[in-house]
Design a protein. Structure first.
Length: 274
C-alpha cells in the first residue's frame, strides 16, 4: 500500500513558466453536467439538468490554466442559479483563474406548460436553451448571449396555392440568438416565435384540438423566409436587442431534405454549441 507524506511539497506544473510566447485563446472544460434549479429573470423556476462549458484565456507566459478551479467554479453555481447572476459568476471565474477573458456557457432543457387550444388539456413543451457569458481580452464588459431552439409548425404556401385540397406542412425548428442589455425571459420569447409560425406545437391534443391546429396552420401558410422575417421583426419591435439572429430549419414532409433560412447580424453562428 502506498504511503503519502501530507507535508511534502507538490509542484504546480501548470504554473510553470512558458517560453514559446504564444497566447492560448481558450482552454477549459466541457460536458460537465449538474442538477440545478434555474430561476429565470421573470421569476419562473424549473429543476433541470445543465450541461456546462467554461474556458479562459491562457497568457503567453503561462503554461496552462487550472482545470480543477473551473470545475469548482461551475460546482458553485449549483444547486440554485438565478439567470440575473450569470455576469457575476463569469467575473468570479476570471478572478479565480487569474485570466483577462473567458467564456461561461450553460445549456439546458426548459419546460413550458401549454394548454391545448380547444380542450384546454395541459402538457409540457421542452425548449433547448443556452446562456453564454463571454468577454474579449482586456474588455471590462461581459456580454450575455441567449440562444433558444423552439419547435413550431409551418405550412407551405406554394403547396396550398397549387393544390385542389390540402397542403403539406412540417415541424420547423426556430433558433433565436440575441444579446440584450438585460436577459429576456424565456416564455415571452417562445410565445413570440409561436405567434409568427403557421401554428404552435403541442405535446397533447384531443380531436377538437387537432382540428384546430390543422385548420389554423392551413389559414396561415409560411415559407421559411417568411418565418424568419416575421420573427425577427416581432422580437425587434418587442425588445430592441443589441444583436439578433433568427434561423429556421424545416423538416420537409415531402422531400428528403430540410429547408432553411436565416436573418440578422452574424446570424449564421446559430449553433447551440459554438
Amino acid at each position: 500500500m502506498l504511503e503519502y507524506d501530507n507535508n511534502a511539497t507538490i509542484p504546480d506544473t501548470q504554473a510553470s513558466i512558458e517560453t514559446r510566447n504564444l497566447t492560448v485563446n481558450g482552454a477549459g472544460i466541457s460536458g460537465l453536467k449538474l442538477p440545478m434549479q434555474i430561476i429565470d429573470v421573470d421569476g419562473q423556476t424549473h429543476h433541470t439538468i445543465v450541461t456546462t462549458e467554461a474556458e479562459v484565456l491562457v497568457a503567453a507566459d503561462e503554461r496552462g490554466t487550472h482545470m480543477s478551479r473551473l470545475v469548482e467554479t461551475i460546482d458553485g453555481l449549483s444547486p440554485r442559479l438565478e439567470i440575473t447572476g450569470l455576469t457575476a459568476a463569469h467575473k468570479k471565474m476570471l478572478v479565480r483563474l487569474g485570466s483577462s477573458s473567458g467564456r461561461l456557457c450553460l445549456r439546458f432543457p426548459w419546460f413550458i406548460a401549454k394548454k391545448a387550444p380547444v380542450s384546454g388539456i395541459e402538457s409540457w413543451l421542452d425548449i433547448e436553451v443556452q446562456y453564454r457569458v463571454e468577454s474579449a481580452r482586456n474588455s471590462k464588459r461581459a456580454k450575455t448571449i441567449q440562444v433558444l431552439r423552439i419547435p413550431v409548425t409551418t405550412l407551405c404556401p406554394c403547396s396550398k396555392s397549387i393544390s385542389k385540397y390540402g397542403a403539406h406542412n412540417q415541424r420547423s425548428y426556430v433558433t433565436v440568438k440575441l444579446e440584450s442589455e438585460q436577459p429576456i425571459p424565456i416564455s415571452p420569447l417562445v410565445s413570440i416565435v409561436e405567434s409568427q409560425a403557421s401554428c404552435a406545437v403541442y405535446a397533447l391534443l384531443k380531436r377538437a384540438d387537432e382540428k384546430f391546429v390543422t385548420e389554423t396552420a392551413y389559414e396561415n401558410p409560411k415559407f421559411a423566409e417568411d418565418l424568419v422575417r416575421d420573427i425577427y421583426q416581432a422580437i425587434e419591435n418587442a425588445y430592441s436587442p443589441v444583436s439578433l439572429g433568427v434561423s429556421t430549419e424545416n423538416q420537409e414532409s415531402i422531400h428528403n431534405h430540410a429547408a432553411y433560412a436565416y436573418i440578422g447580424r452574424d446570424p449564421r453562428g446559430l449553433a447551440l454549441l459554438s
